[in-house]
Design a protein around this ligand. Structure first.
Ligand SMILES: Cc1ncc(COP(=O)(O)O)c(C=O)c1O
Length: 405
Protein backbone atom coordinates (compact mmCIF):
# COMPACT_ATOMS: atom_id res chain seq x y z
CA UNK A 1 0.00 0.00 0.00
CA UNK A 2 1.18 3.49 -0.76
CA UNK A 3 1.31 4.88 2.77
CA UNK A 4 3.91 5.18 5.48
CA UNK A 5 1.53 5.93 8.35
CA UNK A 6 1.60 2.59 10.13
CA UNK A 7 4.36 2.07 12.69
CA UNK A 8 4.90 -1.70 12.90
CA UNK A 9 5.54 -3.63 16.12
CA UNK A 10 9.09 -4.89 16.71
CA UNK A 11 10.13 -3.73 13.21
CA UNK A 12 12.52 -1.22 11.71
CA UNK A 13 10.60 2.09 11.56
CA UNK A 14 12.33 2.85 8.24
CA UNK A 15 11.03 -0.28 6.52
CA UNK A 16 8.51 0.69 3.84
CA UNK A 17 4.91 -0.49 4.13
CA UNK A 18 5.16 -2.12 0.69
CA UNK A 19 8.01 -4.35 1.92
CA UNK A 20 5.80 -6.08 4.51
CA UNK A 21 3.78 -9.15 3.55
CA UNK A 22 0.21 -7.94 3.27
CA UNK A 23 -2.16 -10.67 4.40
CA UNK A 24 -5.72 -10.56 3.14
CA UNK A 25 -7.39 -13.76 4.33
CA UNK A 26 -6.88 -16.95 6.28
CA UNK A 27 -8.61 -20.30 6.72
CA UNK A 28 -7.60 -23.05 9.16
CA UNK A 29 -3.76 -23.09 9.00
CA UNK A 30 -3.44 -21.30 5.66
CA UNK A 31 -2.75 -17.59 5.21
CA UNK A 32 -3.15 -15.79 1.87
CA UNK A 33 -1.32 -12.61 0.92
CA UNK A 34 -2.37 -9.83 -1.43
CA UNK A 35 -0.59 -11.56 -4.34
CA UNK A 36 -2.42 -14.81 -3.73
CA UNK A 37 0.63 -16.55 -2.25
CA UNK A 38 -0.28 -19.09 0.44
CA UNK A 39 1.57 -19.68 3.69
CA UNK A 40 1.26 -22.43 6.28
CA UNK A 41 0.85 -20.67 9.63
CA UNK A 42 3.20 -22.71 11.82
CA UNK A 43 3.20 -19.97 14.47
CA UNK A 44 -0.58 -19.55 14.97
CA UNK A 45 -0.12 -15.79 14.33
CA UNK A 46 2.00 -15.04 17.41
CA UNK A 47 1.55 -18.20 19.53
CA UNK A 48 -2.18 -17.74 19.84
CA UNK A 49 -4.57 -19.12 17.23
CA UNK A 50 -5.38 -22.49 18.83
CA UNK A 51 -8.47 -23.22 16.71
CA UNK A 52 -7.06 -22.02 13.38
CA UNK A 53 -8.37 -19.20 11.24
CA UNK A 54 -11.86 -18.58 9.94
CA UNK A 55 -13.72 -20.77 12.42
CA UNK A 56 -17.42 -20.24 11.71
CA UNK A 57 -18.56 -21.07 15.25
CA UNK A 58 -16.54 -18.24 16.75
CA UNK A 59 -17.29 -15.86 13.90
CA UNK A 60 -21.04 -16.36 14.28
CA UNK A 61 -20.85 -16.04 18.08
CA UNK A 62 -19.12 -12.69 17.59
CA UNK A 63 -21.69 -11.59 15.01
CA UNK A 64 -24.54 -12.68 17.30
CA UNK A 65 -23.12 -10.68 20.21
CA UNK A 66 -22.61 -7.63 17.97
CA UNK A 67 -26.33 -7.70 17.24
CA UNK A 68 -27.17 -7.64 20.97
CA UNK A 69 -24.66 -5.64 23.02
CA UNK A 70 -21.42 -4.80 21.23
CA UNK A 71 -19.66 -3.07 24.08
CA UNK A 72 -20.19 -1.88 27.58
CA UNK A 73 -18.03 -1.40 30.63
CA UNK A 74 -18.36 -3.47 33.81
CA UNK A 75 -17.64 -0.67 36.26
CA UNK A 76 -20.17 -0.68 39.10
CA UNK A 77 -23.21 -0.88 38.58
CA UNK A 78 -22.91 -2.71 35.23
CA UNK A 79 -22.20 -6.25 34.16
CA UNK A 80 -23.01 -8.40 31.15
CA UNK A 81 -23.77 -12.07 30.62
CA UNK A 82 -20.88 -13.01 28.32
CA UNK A 83 -18.24 -11.49 30.65
CA UNK A 84 -19.63 -13.20 33.76
CA UNK A 85 -20.04 -16.50 31.89
CA UNK A 86 -16.56 -16.34 30.38
CA UNK A 87 -15.02 -15.69 33.81
CA UNK A 88 -16.97 -18.65 35.22
CA UNK A 89 -15.86 -20.93 32.38
CA UNK A 90 -12.22 -19.82 32.55
CA UNK A 91 -11.94 -20.38 36.29
CA UNK A 92 -13.68 -23.76 36.03
CA UNK A 93 -10.92 -24.96 33.67
CA UNK A 94 -8.10 -23.50 35.76
CA UNK A 95 -6.30 -24.75 38.87
CA UNK A 96 -8.46 -22.24 40.81
CA UNK A 97 -12.06 -23.25 39.99
CA UNK A 98 -13.33 -21.23 42.94
CA UNK A 99 -11.04 -18.24 42.36
CA UNK A 100 -11.88 -14.93 40.67
CA UNK A 101 -11.07 -13.71 37.17
CA UNK A 102 -10.10 -10.17 36.18
CA UNK A 103 -10.40 -9.36 32.46
CA UNK A 104 -8.42 -7.04 30.20
CA UNK A 105 -7.47 -6.93 26.53
CA UNK A 106 -3.80 -7.77 26.09
CA UNK A 107 -1.23 -9.98 27.73
CA UNK A 108 0.70 -6.85 28.67
CA UNK A 109 -2.34 -5.50 30.51
CA UNK A 110 -2.69 -8.79 32.37
CA UNK A 111 0.96 -8.60 33.40
CA UNK A 112 0.78 -5.03 34.68
CA UNK A 113 -2.41 -6.00 36.52
CA UNK A 114 -0.82 -9.05 38.13
CA UNK A 115 2.20 -7.05 39.30
CA UNK A 116 -0.13 -4.51 40.91
CA UNK A 117 -2.23 -7.30 42.44
CA UNK A 118 0.81 -9.09 43.90
CA UNK A 119 2.01 -5.90 45.53
CA UNK A 120 -1.51 -4.98 46.65
CA UNK A 121 -1.92 -8.27 48.53
CA UNK A 122 1.41 -7.79 50.29
CA UNK A 123 0.57 -4.17 51.18
CA UNK A 124 -2.78 -5.23 52.58
CA UNK A 125 -1.14 -7.95 54.65
CA UNK A 126 0.85 -5.18 56.32
CA UNK A 127 4.01 -6.22 54.44
CA UNK A 128 4.70 -2.85 52.85
CA UNK A 129 8.40 -3.66 52.47
CA UNK A 130 7.65 -6.61 50.24
CA UNK A 131 7.95 -5.01 46.84
CA UNK A 132 10.53 -7.10 45.01
CA UNK A 133 9.33 -8.92 41.91
CA UNK A 134 11.67 -11.73 40.92
CA UNK A 135 11.97 -12.28 37.17
CA UNK A 136 13.65 -15.11 35.23
CA UNK A 137 16.38 -14.72 32.61
CA UNK A 138 14.86 -15.03 29.10
CA UNK A 139 11.33 -14.44 30.45
CA UNK A 140 8.98 -12.39 28.27
CA UNK A 141 6.03 -10.61 29.82
CA UNK A 142 4.88 -8.06 27.28
CA UNK A 143 5.76 -4.45 26.75
CA UNK A 144 3.85 -2.29 29.21
CA UNK A 145 6.01 -0.66 31.83
CA UNK A 146 5.58 -3.49 34.35
CA UNK A 147 6.07 -6.23 31.79
CA UNK A 148 9.10 -4.46 30.35
CA UNK A 149 10.61 -4.24 33.83
CA UNK A 150 10.04 -7.89 34.76
CA UNK A 151 11.10 -9.48 31.50
CA UNK A 152 14.45 -11.19 31.24
CA UNK A 153 15.21 -10.20 27.65
CA UNK A 154 17.61 -7.32 28.01
CA UNK A 155 17.17 -5.89 24.52
CA UNK A 156 13.53 -5.15 25.31
CA UNK A 157 14.37 -3.35 28.55
CA UNK A 158 16.94 -0.83 27.37
CA UNK A 159 16.33 2.63 25.98
CA UNK A 160 13.16 3.55 27.84
CA UNK A 161 14.62 5.37 30.80
CA UNK A 162 14.03 4.11 34.33
CA UNK A 163 11.82 1.06 34.67
CA UNK A 164 10.16 -0.31 37.83
CA UNK A 165 12.44 -0.48 40.85
CA UNK A 166 12.59 -3.58 43.10
CA UNK A 167 13.07 -6.17 40.36
CA UNK A 168 15.72 -8.91 40.69
CA UNK A 169 16.62 -11.50 38.06
CA UNK A 170 17.34 -15.18 38.63
CA UNK A 171 18.74 -17.66 36.11
CA UNK A 172 16.13 -19.67 34.22
CA UNK A 173 17.91 -23.01 34.45
CA UNK A 174 19.00 -23.43 38.06
CA UNK A 175 16.95 -23.13 41.24
CA UNK A 176 19.95 -22.70 43.55
CA UNK A 177 20.47 -18.96 42.86
CA UNK A 178 16.75 -18.47 43.55
CA UNK A 179 17.16 -20.24 46.89
CA UNK A 180 20.12 -17.98 47.74
CA UNK A 181 18.11 -14.88 46.78
CA UNK A 182 15.27 -15.96 49.07
CA UNK A 183 17.73 -16.70 51.87
CA UNK A 184 19.02 -13.14 51.55
CA UNK A 185 15.88 -11.13 50.69
CA UNK A 186 12.99 -13.51 51.46
CA UNK A 187 11.14 -10.97 53.59
CA UNK A 188 11.25 -8.34 50.83
CA UNK A 189 9.99 -10.46 47.94
CA UNK A 190 6.40 -9.83 46.87
CA UNK A 191 6.26 -12.36 44.06
CA UNK A 192 8.09 -14.45 41.50
CA UNK A 193 6.87 -14.26 37.91
CA UNK A 194 7.57 -17.07 35.49
CA UNK A 195 6.26 -18.48 32.25
CA UNK A 196 5.96 -22.24 32.86
CA UNK A 197 7.39 -22.74 29.35
CA UNK A 198 9.30 -19.67 28.24
CA UNK A 199 8.04 -18.68 24.79
CA UNK A 200 9.45 -15.56 23.16
CA UNK A 201 12.75 -16.13 24.99
CA UNK A 202 13.28 -19.23 22.85
CA UNK A 203 10.72 -21.93 23.76
CA UNK A 204 12.38 -23.16 26.93
CA UNK A 205 10.56 -25.78 29.01
CA UNK A 206 11.37 -25.67 32.74
CA UNK A 207 14.24 -27.80 34.04
CA UNK A 208 13.03 -30.75 36.13
CA UNK A 209 11.93 -29.58 39.56
CA UNK A 210 12.43 -25.88 38.78
CA UNK A 211 8.77 -24.84 39.01
CA UNK A 212 8.27 -26.95 42.14
CA UNK A 213 11.33 -25.24 43.56
CA UNK A 214 9.85 -21.79 42.90
CA UNK A 215 6.57 -22.91 44.50
CA UNK A 216 8.35 -24.13 47.61
CA UNK A 217 10.47 -21.00 47.97
CA UNK A 218 7.44 -18.73 47.61
CA UNK A 219 5.33 -20.73 50.07
CA UNK A 220 8.11 -20.93 52.65
CA UNK A 221 8.83 -17.21 52.44
CA UNK A 222 5.38 -15.61 52.15
CA UNK A 223 5.84 -14.61 48.50
CA UNK A 224 3.30 -15.14 45.72
CA UNK A 225 3.95 -17.28 42.67
CA UNK A 226 2.71 -15.92 39.35
CA UNK A 227 2.57 -18.08 36.23
CA UNK A 228 2.38 -16.11 33.01
CA UNK A 229 0.31 -18.45 30.85
CA UNK A 230 -0.29 -15.97 28.04
CA UNK A 231 1.20 -18.51 25.60
CA UNK A 232 0.93 -21.75 27.55
CA UNK A 233 -2.73 -21.36 28.53
CA UNK A 234 -5.72 -22.82 26.71
CA UNK A 235 -4.32 -26.10 25.53
CA UNK A 236 -0.86 -25.31 24.25
CA UNK A 237 0.88 -27.87 26.48
CA UNK A 238 -1.91 -30.45 26.29
CA UNK A 239 -3.85 -29.31 29.37
CA UNK A 240 -5.90 -26.15 29.78
CA UNK A 241 -3.04 -24.57 31.70
CA UNK A 242 0.63 -25.53 31.92
CA UNK A 243 0.23 -25.36 35.71
CA UNK A 244 -1.79 -28.57 35.27
CA UNK A 245 0.77 -30.09 32.90
CA UNK A 246 3.61 -29.49 35.38
CA UNK A 247 1.43 -30.06 38.46
CA UNK A 248 2.50 -26.85 40.16
CA UNK A 249 -0.20 -24.46 41.36
CA UNK A 250 0.64 -20.75 41.30
CA UNK A 251 -1.29 -18.13 43.29
CA UNK A 252 -2.01 -16.01 40.23
CA UNK A 253 -2.20 -16.86 36.53
CA UNK A 254 -2.17 -14.50 33.57
CA UNK A 255 -3.74 -15.52 30.28
CA UNK A 256 -4.52 -13.97 26.86
CA UNK A 257 -3.93 -15.17 23.28
CA UNK A 258 -5.46 -18.69 23.19
CA UNK A 259 -8.47 -17.67 25.30
CA UNK A 260 -10.06 -16.27 22.12
CA UNK A 261 -7.53 -17.68 19.64
CA UNK A 262 -7.03 -13.98 18.92
CA UNK A 263 -10.37 -13.51 17.12
CA UNK A 264 -10.88 -10.55 19.47
CA UNK A 265 -8.45 -9.24 22.10
CA UNK A 266 -9.02 -10.62 25.59
CA UNK A 267 -6.73 -11.30 28.53
CA UNK A 268 -6.99 -11.74 32.25
CA UNK A 269 -5.69 -12.70 35.65
CA UNK A 270 -6.96 -15.66 37.68
CA UNK A 271 -6.51 -15.36 41.44
CA UNK A 272 -6.72 -18.16 43.97
CA UNK A 273 -9.62 -18.47 46.43
CA UNK A 274 -7.29 -17.64 49.28
CA UNK A 275 -6.37 -14.32 47.64
CA UNK A 276 -9.97 -13.70 46.59
CA UNK A 277 -10.99 -14.04 50.25
CA UNK A 278 -8.53 -11.28 51.10
CA UNK A 279 -9.99 -9.03 48.38
CA UNK A 280 -13.59 -9.78 49.30
CA UNK A 281 -12.99 -8.74 52.89
CA UNK A 282 -15.33 -5.78 53.42
CA UNK A 283 -12.57 -3.64 54.88
CA UNK A 284 -10.94 -3.58 51.49
CA UNK A 285 -13.29 -1.16 49.75
CA UNK A 286 -13.31 -0.77 45.99
CA UNK A 287 -10.83 -2.42 43.66
CA UNK A 288 -9.21 0.72 42.25
CA UNK A 289 -8.15 -0.97 39.02
CA UNK A 290 -9.85 -1.83 35.75
CA UNK A 291 -9.83 -1.00 32.07
CA UNK A 292 -12.52 0.52 29.87
CA UNK A 293 -12.60 -2.76 27.96
CA UNK A 294 -12.49 -5.09 31.00
CA UNK A 295 -15.36 -7.52 30.52
CA UNK A 296 -15.97 -6.48 26.91
CA UNK A 297 -19.05 -8.52 25.97
CA UNK A 298 -18.10 -9.27 22.36
CA UNK A 299 -14.58 -10.37 23.29
CA UNK A 300 -16.07 -12.50 26.07
CA UNK A 301 -18.53 -14.09 23.62
CA UNK A 302 -15.54 -14.90 21.38
CA UNK A 303 -13.79 -16.54 24.35
CA UNK A 304 -16.81 -18.69 25.23
CA UNK A 305 -17.20 -19.87 21.64
CA UNK A 306 -13.45 -20.46 21.25
CA UNK A 307 -13.27 -22.51 24.44
CA UNK A 308 -16.25 -24.50 23.18
CA UNK A 309 -14.38 -25.24 19.94
CA UNK A 310 -11.29 -26.34 21.89
CA UNK A 311 -13.49 -28.67 23.93
CA UNK A 312 -15.57 -30.11 21.09
CA UNK A 313 -12.53 -30.49 18.83
CA UNK A 314 -10.58 -32.33 21.53
CA UNK A 315 -7.74 -29.88 20.95
CA UNK A 316 -5.95 -30.65 24.24
CA UNK A 317 -5.48 -34.18 22.93
CA UNK A 318 -4.43 -32.77 19.57
CA UNK A 319 -1.61 -30.89 21.28
CA UNK A 320 -0.24 -34.27 22.39
CA UNK A 321 -0.47 -35.59 18.80
CA UNK A 322 1.33 -32.49 17.50
CA UNK A 323 3.97 -32.92 20.20
CA UNK A 324 4.66 -36.51 19.14
CA UNK A 325 4.97 -35.56 15.46
CA UNK A 326 7.12 -32.48 16.09
CA UNK A 327 9.41 -34.36 18.44
CA UNK A 328 9.83 -37.25 16.00
CA UNK A 329 10.65 -34.87 13.13
CA UNK A 330 13.09 -32.80 15.15
CA UNK A 331 14.73 -35.90 16.60
CA UNK A 332 15.34 -37.21 13.08
CA UNK A 333 16.91 -33.89 12.02
CA UNK A 334 19.13 -33.88 15.11
CA UNK A 335 20.08 -37.52 14.45
CA UNK A 336 21.16 -36.53 10.93
CA UNK A 337 23.23 -33.67 12.36
CA UNK A 338 21.08 -31.07 10.55
CA UNK A 339 20.18 -29.24 13.78
CA UNK A 340 22.10 -28.98 17.04
CA UNK A 341 19.26 -29.69 19.46
CA UNK A 342 15.54 -29.28 19.97
CA UNK A 343 13.09 -28.71 22.80
CA UNK A 344 9.40 -28.21 23.44
CA UNK A 345 6.17 -29.74 24.65
CA UNK A 346 2.71 -30.25 23.15
CA UNK A 347 2.14 -27.61 20.49
CA UNK A 348 5.24 -25.46 21.05
CA UNK A 349 8.74 -26.39 19.83
CA UNK A 350 12.09 -24.94 18.82
CA UNK A 351 15.26 -26.23 17.25
CA UNK A 352 18.74 -24.84 17.75
CA UNK A 353 20.39 -24.32 14.37
CA UNK A 354 23.83 -23.00 15.19
CA UNK A 355 23.20 -20.11 12.76
CA UNK A 356 20.80 -17.19 12.44
CA UNK A 357 17.21 -18.08 13.28
CA UNK A 358 16.07 -14.88 11.60
CA UNK A 359 17.76 -15.87 8.35
CA UNK A 360 16.21 -19.33 8.61
CA UNK A 361 12.73 -17.97 9.33
CA UNK A 362 12.99 -15.64 6.32
CA UNK A 363 13.92 -18.60 4.12
CA UNK A 364 10.98 -20.56 5.56
CA UNK A 365 8.57 -17.70 4.88
CA UNK A 366 9.87 -17.49 1.29
CA UNK A 367 9.00 -21.16 0.98
CA UNK A 368 5.55 -20.54 2.42
CA UNK A 369 5.90 -21.62 6.07
CA UNK A 370 5.61 -19.04 8.85
CA UNK A 371 7.73 -19.75 11.95
CA UNK A 372 9.85 -17.52 14.19
CA UNK A 373 13.59 -16.99 14.44
CA UNK A 374 14.86 -16.38 17.97
CA UNK A 375 18.62 -16.02 18.29
CA UNK A 376 19.97 -19.16 16.63
CA UNK A 377 16.71 -21.04 17.10
CA UNK A 378 13.64 -21.54 14.97
CA UNK A 379 10.33 -21.73 16.85
CA UNK A 380 7.08 -23.46 15.87
CA UNK A 381 3.69 -23.07 17.53
CA UNK A 382 1.01 -24.08 15.03
CA UNK A 383 -2.76 -23.99 15.48
CA UNK A 384 -3.84 -27.06 17.41
CA UNK A 385 -5.86 -28.16 14.35
CA UNK A 386 -2.76 -28.59 12.17
CA UNK A 387 -2.90 -31.88 10.28
CA UNK A 388 -0.15 -34.51 10.13
CA UNK A 389 0.29 -33.73 6.46
CA UNK A 390 0.76 -30.01 7.23
CA UNK A 391 3.34 -30.93 9.88
CA UNK A 392 5.00 -32.96 7.11
CA UNK A 393 5.09 -29.78 4.99
CA UNK A 394 6.85 -27.90 7.83
CA UNK A 395 9.56 -30.56 7.88
CA UNK A 396 9.85 -30.75 4.07
CA UNK A 397 10.50 -27.00 3.90
CA UNK A 398 12.78 -27.06 6.95
CA UNK A 399 14.81 -29.84 5.40
CA UNK A 400 15.27 -27.74 2.24
CA UNK A 401 16.26 -24.65 4.21
CA UNK A 402 18.79 -26.60 6.27
CA UNK A 403 20.30 -28.22 3.15
CA UNK A 404 20.47 -24.91 1.28
CA UNK A 405 22.23 -23.11 4.13
C1 LIG B 1 4.29 -14.95 28.07
C2 LIG B 1 3.78 -13.65 27.53
N1 LIG B 1 3.32 -12.73 28.39
C3 LIG B 1 2.83 -11.56 27.97
C4 LIG B 1 2.78 -11.25 26.62
C5 LIG B 1 2.24 -9.94 26.16
O1 LIG B 1 1.06 -10.11 25.48
P1 LIG B 1 0.51 -8.96 24.51
O2 LIG B 1 1.44 -8.92 23.33
O3 LIG B 1 -0.89 -9.43 24.17
O4 LIG B 1 0.49 -7.70 25.27
C6 LIG B 1 3.25 -12.19 25.69
C7 LIG B 1 3.20 -11.91 24.24
O5 LIG B 1 3.74 -12.62 23.43
C8 LIG B 1 3.78 -13.42 26.16
O6 LIG B 1 4.26 -14.33 25.31
Amino acid sequence: MNTDALLHSFSLPSKAERDFIQLVSAKDCTLVDVNGKKYLDALASLWLCQIGHGNEVVISAIKGQLDLLQTYNIFDPFTNGPAAEAAEKIRSLSPHPDGRVFLGCSGSEAIDTVIKFARLFQQRRGQSDRQIIVRRASGYHGVNIGGTSVQGIEGNRVGWGDLLPHVIEIPNDDIEPAARLFAEHGDKIAAVISEPVQGAGGVIPPPDGYLDGLRRLCTDNGALLIFDEVISGFGRTGEWFAAQTYKVTPDLITFAKGVTSGYLPLSGVIISRELADELENDDYGKLMHGYTYSGHPTAAAAALANIGVIESGGLLQEAHRIGEKMEAGLKALAGDGMIKSYRGIGGIWACELGWSGLEASRAMVDKGVVCRGIGEALAFCPPLIITDSEIGTIFDRLDEVLREH
